[in-house]
Design a protein around this ligand. Structure first.
Ligand SMILES: [Zn+2]
Length: 390
């Protein structure tokens, strides 16, 4: 296929692989979350030609795609998102974030690493696998959302609810999030920490700094309790998870005046937690510490992700073997990093892995990916299908 674009000069002379061509097509869509633009249509058209049954699932203002080839189990599912984070200042980019460009072997564009090149690799890998194995075992599926970078309310979680209602199960799920750190395939994520947010309001009594006996300073009263929260060891992690961490991200108090004791203090904090503790246990321990210090307070809790873990098994083995075959790299399992939509898929009992390109520039200005990683990633995805469904 001939690819024509304003950036043709930058990419002419390159031998366009299928994965690169499809990546360029997807990267040209300005799909800033939660807008899909036409990314899912582009993918669905290709998958339909490869024999997938296409089922668009729109919830609220979010486009989702469920595509499946086959009716039997086991079900291998590629999962991912077409939405991207906002570009940030356009004049800070060296090229238009939605006019992908290749310079010095790097493909630049918003979503190039997170995660449109992986989407392209998934489609091409599936096309090739299906051409070789038209009567493959089980089913291949795609679960694609445009609400991963946003509130994640009408995306993967709703598709999973729909699938659960009709008892449609995913056996193995490969999320194409950029998991690699310094070379392709060096890290796959086989789990994620849980994420628990709290907004703490500490109540004091506003007054004049010169008459502190008539006021109660919530900053002073909370200080010792906050120090204790920061110093507490919540657990020591385990074989798969680092120790649970507590971080304060915001503190607000005061009127701006130098002579007023404020009436309230607001503290926003987050736990990234391992499977050694539960959210309920963390809440209880926070309350114990605050109560011990005699604070007058309330906390709004928001559990934004349960921790999950896929131990070594069929999916991990299939991925490790494929990565070793294609790149020669011994991959490492990790549960570090932010949350992903894997948190919604794992609770159904599916084995979930995240495997994609390097994450060094995700969400940044001049986001890019090494163009030479696209075909090996496609080969890895195809070999994983071979290992599980051939
Ligand atoms: Zn992502």
């Amino acid at each position: 296929m001939d690819y024509i674009s304003p950036t043709q000069h930058a990419i002419s002379g390159m031998n366009h692989s299928d994965t690169l061509s499809l990546s360029l097509e997807l990267l040209q869509q300005p799909s800033v979350t939660p807008v899909d633009h036409t990314c899912q249509t582009i993918m669905a058209d290709r998958l339909a030609k490869a024999g997938f049954h296409i089922e668009p699932m729109r919830f609220g203002d979010v486009d989702n795609l469920w595509a499946r080839r086959g009716t039997e189990g086991p079900v291998f599912c590629f999962a991912g998102h077409t939405d991207v984070v906002p570009t940030g200042r356009l004049d800070a980019w060296n090229s238009d974030p939605f006019a992908p460009e290749i310079r010095d072997g790097k493909l630049y564009g918003r979503g190039s690493a997170d995660m449109k090149t992986a989407l392209a690799a998934m489609v091409v890998a599936s096309e090739r696998f299906v051409a070789k194995h038209p009567d493959h075992k089980g089913s291949i599926a795609f679960l694609i959302t445009s609400d991963e970078e946003g509130p994640a309310v009408n995306g993967t979680v709703k598709v999973i609810e729909t699938l659960e209602e009709r008892n449609e199960k995913i056996t193995w799920c490969l999320v194409g999030e950029p998991s690699s750190t310094s070379k392709l395939g060096d890290i796959v994520k086989n789990g994620r920490r849980g994420s628990l947010n709290g907004v703490l309001h500490v109540h004091g009594k506003q007054g004049h700094v010169a008459y502190p006996h008539l006021a109660r300073n919530p900053i002073h009263e909370a200080s010792a309790a906050l120090a204790e929260l920061c110093q507490t060891v919540w657990d020591n992690g385990n074989e798969y998870f680092p120790a649970t961490s507590f971080q304060i991200s915001n503190i607000h108090s005061g009127t701006g005046a130098t002579n007023v004791i404020p009436g309230t203090l607001e503290v926003i904090f987050n736990f990234r937690y391992s499977t050694e503790v539960t959210a309920e246990q963390l809440k209880q321990r926070v309350h114990e510490i605050l109560d011990k210090h005699g604070l007058q307070y309330e906390i709004d809790w928001n559990l934004s992700g349960l921790p999950f873990l896929t131990p070594v098994g069929e999916l991990v083995n299939a991925a490790q073997t494929a990565i070793l075959n294609v790149t020669g790299t011994e991959t490492e399992l990790s549960t570090s990093g932010g949350t992903s939509d894997g948190r919604f898929i794992a609770p159904t009992g599916a084995q979930v892995l995240e495997l994609g390109v390097l994450n060094a520039t995700i969400h940044q200005i001049n986001e890019h990916v090494d163009v030479h990683d696209l075909d090996p990633l496609t080969d890895i995805y195809e070999q994983i299908l071979e290992n599980l469904l051939a």
